[in-house]
Design a protein around this ligand. Sequence first.
Ligand SMILES: [Cu+2]
Length: 94
Amino acid sequence: MLKPAFAALLLLTGSALGAEPRTVTLAVDQMTCAACPITVHKALSHVAGVAQATVDMETHTATVTFDPAKTTAEALATAVTNAGYPAKVLKNGG
Ligand SMILES: [Cu+2]
């Protein structure tokens, strides 16, 4: 009877220590030419904790994978907004 409880405790400890990467989708305005996604991507990749960023000009979105211990979805949106492209969090995937 002790073993399952011990295993559950290990699982809890593991999830508390290791920051699971999160993926968020941002709606990005004002991307009007082919160079815009590059600028947006650059702004995102400069944020500490960002592991991966994909910018889609056709759907006006950016999908970002980041370490939630280092940054937040809102901070990512702010970084893009500060780069000249008004952005907001569209979908915060856990
Ligand atoms: Cu442009």
